[in-house]
Ligand binder design. Structure first.
Ligand code: SF4
Ligand code: SF4
Length: 251
């Protein structure tokens, strides 16, 4: 069996190859990502420094190169476009805190009116999510210790509410597209974008999450914990509400 055959998404739609499995162009992009992260960690650059924002922008571009190289190698091009946005109805989990801190700071500095509107939307999402968390069906599963099933149901119910990400514009484009978080970039579809009207990851393997190799993800986690201000919080909408409300500190 060759590497292309073994490198497949798992049952949850997650594609997480090992560094040694990667084709050369993807491996080169990964190595450059590690170099960039190491610089950010070693130089102890503050989140407020322009060098941090520029360093992370470079990482995002390298991730895109990695993903394209990998998909090309696997012969599975993504069908994603900038204007189809069913994936932006999801409760996006597992973003890095510093990604949202950077986005929130740029919004507050450059588009203060937009920042207030986005914060209000994110606060509304927080209320909807908390109501769903308190619902009988979710609490029933939690009461039986079935936390994973409860979480899946909770995010499915949120998706069914059809609430666009607060960063999505009225013309269905991402207002921070070039700087959208890695988790948004990682979610792709191989089939008809119309299939994304449904929760693809839970219904089939039409969609997939292209993750970085484990050792790279670990260094990004290190960066996340260095700057995390809201312990245990990693969802895009909640972090957005928090960081846009937060006017103090380094952000
Ligand atoms: S994941 Fe689906 S909805 Fe999102 S950009 Fe790709 S094709 Fe469009
Ligand atoms: S940040 Fe952009 S890409 Fe990500 S969910 Fe929001 S609108 Fe969609």
């Amino acid at each position: 069996m060759n590497t292309q055959q073994t490198m497949q998404p798992d049952e949850d739609g997650i594609l997480k190859p090992r560094r040694k499995e990667l084709p050369r162009s993807a491996a080169e992009a990964v190595d450059k990502i590690v170099q960039q992260i190491t610089q950010l960690l070693d130089q102890k650059i503050d989140l407020c420094d322009q060098a941090f924002a520029e360093g992370y922008d470079a990482i995002l571009q390298l991730y895109d190169q990695y993903q394209q190289a990998l998909l090309h190698y696997l012969g599975q091009p993504a069908v994603c476009r900038t204007t189809c946005a069913y994936c932006c109805l999801h409760w996006v989990e597992d973003v890095y805190s510093f990604e949202i801190a950077l986005l929130a700071r740029r919004l507050r500095q450059n588009l203060p009116d937009q920042a207030a509107r986005i914060r209000a939307l994110a606060e509304d999402d927080r209320r909807v999510f908390e109501d769903l968390l308190r619902s009988g069906e979710v609490q029933h599963l939690l009461g039986r210790g079935r936390d994973e099933a409860a979480w899946r149901l909770l995010v499915q119910r949120f998706f069914e509410q059809r609430r666009p990400c607060p960063l999505l514009t009225n013309d269905r484009t991402c207002s921070v597209y070039s700087r959208r978080p890695l988790t948004c970039r990682a979610y792709i579809s191989f089939r008809d974008p119309q299939d994304c009207k449904f929760n693809n990851l839970q219904s089939s393997l039409n969609a997939c999450i292209v993750e970085l190799p484990e050792e790279v993800a670990a260094t990004l986690d290190e960066l996340h914990f260095r700057f995390a201000r809201y312990e245990g919080e990693s969802s895009l909408r909640l972090l957005l509400a928090n960081y846009l409300e937060d006017t103090g500190g380094e952000n």
